[in-house]
Design a protein around this ligand. Sequence first.
Ligand code: SF4
Length: 316
Amino acid sequence: MNAMTEQPQEKPQLTEAEQKQKYNFNKLVKRLRHNVGDAINDFNMIEDGDRVMVCLSGGKDSYTMLDILLSLQKSAPINFSIVAVNLDQKQPGFPEHILPTYLAEIGVEHRIIEEDTYSIVTRVIEEGKTTCGLCSRLRRGILYRVADELGATKIALGHHRDDILETLFLNMFYGGKLKGMPPKLVSDDGKHMVIRPLAYCREKDIEKYSAAREFPIIPCNLCGSQPNLQRQVIGDMLRDWDKRFPGRLETMFTAMCNVVPSHLADPKRYDFVNAKADGTPRADGDKAFDRETFSDPSRISILSSKPAASACGDAS
Ligand code: SF4
């Protein structure tokens, strides 16, 4: 049979379960793209001409961040470049071929840095003591240096909404501070702009996406460090709340975007000392004995249904 008479091959029909799976995956992709796009817009994370250094650890979060940024780059109304960076800290058993192979396969510009911070940390820190403090300080210094070498104007980290909430509670429970993790902030050395494009993304969405995309995950326990018990306690608490009170995490994240300094107790954020009753009525003034009333939390749980932009602008 020649090409002219060849019958077109019929596509195999998807089963109902496969169709549903495909539909759910498309919805998930759309939600993640929206979440990332909205965070980028709300915080002006990426501007025309930026060179974004995407820090890749080999975990689900950073793979997802790179993947979504690459897909948004194609349709963005601005031009920006992406360079993926992985720091091989020489932990025993680190599968050093996985990331270079993956990055070469998807054709993204990348740099693998090899620095044996593992030996330094194990030499300096007494056995049994937590190594994360020194390890992350060393890592940070190396990443700043590499950002300079690469001419990166933004350093993108893969922290997501649940990391941000976890940090908020860690600071409240153990640090005595009302402080989370910013979607965008100048680095501690004042020289770099750090961004967190996944700030609006739910961890469970990232988990599902990562599993569906079959990213070649590198295990995160190679350094042998004990898991941070406090972080684990908070993480368990948040997961439990999420199960028992659907919408609570969304509401809490929305709260982080709607801070009312006059209703907290920090004189550095609000000038209580010089406050005067000048006769001007104010909606956010003190309502004396009135109790606060709240609508159904699920009604302000907007991350799950609407673009997350609303989360940081409108809780009504
Ligand atoms: S868990 Fe291991 S690799 Fe991560 S910061 Fe701690 S010591 Fe470093």
